[in-house]
Design a protein around this ligand. Structure first.
Ligand code: NAX
Length: 331
């Protein structure tokens, strides 16, 4: 049997946490042969809820689950972790702008970065889900300098999966037959869902999604906005924000990163920019990536038209602005 992997979930008493921890315990994130130890962190007022989640995890009798820690102590939570899924943060309140949201989260991510830096495995892999996800990840990267920068990522896989889902619905094909959409940029309303390189398995090989969508204009308009607005549509319907799809996307992100992407398939991940596609180096920006043995690489050489360029740059500009706000809170 493999040695257990220790997975930290912050904000584990919240909505996404409740959907995510059983998925991890069942092997959906790291594979059905990988034992796990779960460390769950939340704030003091949620300590009872966290204890309740722990009780349910025990009652799940999951064969892969070798231990559960529920704590409100960030240092204890980070001890020896190999993987950290960051769901915890200050939530966006009604009418709250991004600048205010950043000012609330910078301190949290600075503290958590230091705790990871001091107590986690030095090669710990981090996925930030909490919003503003890209900028929280940027702060975490800056304040955990001994964790390799390629190990700090943020979630745009939910947007990626939403894009696959929109195309599959439009073409009435199974979602598993659609691949290679790209989410560029920030996990925000400036993100650009790009289907120009997407392909669909039509049984005798792949066809371009653009060729198959009869109304070509759809991909440059409604398709993009429907993904930007999908979160709001779910809040409207469920009276709660997306949780199971976010948890599932977090599992997809980590699984593909660690176990590898299938040949010929890429996925979207928020990773630090090395300057690819002219994006300012050091920003945490969503790119198309392939992964092998725990290492991601940005897909190179995609043809970028004028329309795409403008959208990609808009989102980069927003991230530069967010970075500025974050730094102004630190000084
Ligand atoms: P909830 O409010 O249900 O849960 C968040 C939990 O975090 C709460 O239990 C809270 O007590 C805890 N928390 C707050 N500050 C903490 C801290 N400093 N240390 C530890 N725990 C802390 O939110 P939920 O619906 O679970 O969403 C979690 C985060 O994911 C939010 O920031 C949300 O905006 C973000 N999302 C990001 C998505 C993405 O694609 N990147 C999509 C889904 C989601 O909206």
């Amino acid at each position: 049997e493999k040695d257990p992997v220790t997975v930290l979930v912050t904000g584990a008493a919240g909505q996404i946490g409740y959907a995510l921890v059983p998925m991890i315990a069942r092997g959906a994130m790291l594979g059905s042969d990988q034992p796990v130890i779960l460390h769950m962190l939340d704030l003091e007022p949620a300590a009872d809820i966290l204890e309740g989640v722990k009780m349910e995890l025990m009652d799940g009798a999951f064969p892969l689950l070798k231990g559960v820690l529920a704590t409100t102590d960030v240092n204890e939570a980070c001890k020896g972790v190999d993987i950290a899924i960051m769901l915890g943060g200050f939530p966006r309140r009604k009418g709250m702008g991004t600048k205010a949201l950043i000012s609330k989260n910078v301190g949290i991510y600075k503290t958590q970065a230091s705790a990871l830096e001091q107590h986690a495995d030095p090669n710990c892999k981090v996925l930030v889900v909490a919003n503003p996800a890209n900028t929280n990840a940027l702060i975490l990267k800056e304040f955990a300098p001994s964790i390799p920068e390629e190990n700090i990522t943020c979630l745009t896989r939910l947007d990626h999966n939403r894009a696959l889902s929109q195309i599959s619905e439009k073409l009435n094909v199974h979602v598993g037959d659609v691949k290679n959409v790209v989410i560029w940029g920030n996990h925000s309303s400036t993100q650009y869902a790009d289907a120009n390189h997407a392909v669909v398995d039509v049984g005798v090989g792949y066809k371009s999604a653009r060729e198959l969508v009869a109304n070509d204009h759809w991909l440059d308009s409604e398709f993009i906005t429907s993904i930007q607005q999908r979160g709001d549509a779910i809040v409207k319907a469920r009276r709660l924000s997306s949780a199971l799809s976010a948890a599932s996307a977090a599992c997809d992100h980590m699984r593909d990163w660690i176990l590898g992407t299938p040949k010929g398939t890429w996925v979207s991940m928020g990773v630090y920019s090395d300057g690819s596609y002219g994006i300012q180096p050091g920003l945490i920006y969503s790119f198309p990536v392939t992964c092998e043995k725990g290492v991601w690489s940005i897909v190179q050489g995609l043809n970028i038209g004028e329309f795409e360029r403008e959208k990609m740059d808009d989102s980069a500009r927003e991230l530069i602005e967010e970075k500025g706000w974050a730094y102004s809170c630190l000084h």
